[in-house]
Design a protein. Structure first.
Length: 246
């Protein structure tokens, strides 16, 4: 356990020392929410609804992009030297990849939570009658995204390939899921296609929770995220090889 805590601490330190990752998950995300909320304010009867929509939908987009944060934590060039020290230490294999998953999860969850704490009162955005459920539902989504990023690194052995594939897949799923604008009113074909994207149901779960104070989709999403997290972590154990890691 002591070795695991040491590796986890080092990984967290490396992530929080990366200005690009910190800025992307805070300043850039906030700027996107403010810009899209302002530009699309006229599309809603109440201009504040635009900020409600984009705060939640882009937060989900950011949570899913946590997979790229995980791949950066795992195989980014600048951290190969400390990673090499880990490989030659007596740490067990599972301590290495689990540490990357947990540190990426903690990094993303912390920054996204702080962003919500700042933006919600500023933009008058509601997280529901009990915001604890909203924050709780974020956890399995963040963890599953981090585990997915590490799993792809274990399979493809390359950060660039992993980031490219994940970025493309997440962008397509988020587009179809209505992250940037709703596709429901753009014909039957697109309306049907959006239902095939899991992001559509993630959006539904968070919007129902925050706007309708309903837990109808809370447990399906929470359980699905937990199961996916476990499967991805097990998959890392199957594909992880130390020689690919360095």
């Amino acid at each position: 356990m002591r070795r695991f805590i040491s590796i986890l601490t080092m990984d967290l330190r490396n992530l929080f020392k990366n200005p690009v990752l910190v800025g992307y998950n805070t300043a850039f995300a906030a700027l996107m929410i403010l810009i899209l909320g302002y530009l699309c304010g006229g599309d809603y009867a109440d201009g504040k609804t635009a900020y409600q929509y984009y705060t939640i939908s882009l937060m989900i987009y950011g949570m899913l992009n946590g997979a790229m944060t995980a791949s950066n934590c795992f195989m980014e060039r600048d951290i190969k030297r400390p990673n090499l020290r880990i490989i030659y230490s007596p740490a067990r294999n599972f301590e290495i990849y689990v540490s990357k998953i947990v540190s990426s999860f903690l990094f993303n969850y912390t920054l996204h939570s702080l962003l919500l704490i700042v933006l919600c009162p500023l933009l008058n955005v509601s997280l529901g009658r009990n915001p604890v459920f909203f924050m709780l539902l974020m956890a399995p989504v963040e963890f599953a995204a981090a585990a997915l990023g590490i799993f792809f690194c274990c399979v493809f052995h390359c950060e660039e390939t992993t980031s490219t594939l994940l970025s493309l897949a997440i962008s397509i799923l988020c587009f179809l899921g209505g992250t940037f604008f709703s596709l429901d009113g753009m014909g039957e074909v697109l309306a049907f296609a959006t239902k095939l994207s899991p992001v559509k149901w993630l959006n539904e779960a968070f919007f129902i929770l925050s706007c309708d104070n309903s837990l109808r989709l809370f447990w399906p999403v929470f359980i699905s995220g937990t199961i996916l997290s476990a499967l991805m972590t097990l998959g890392c154990g199957l594909f992880f090889r130390t020689e690919d890691y360095i």
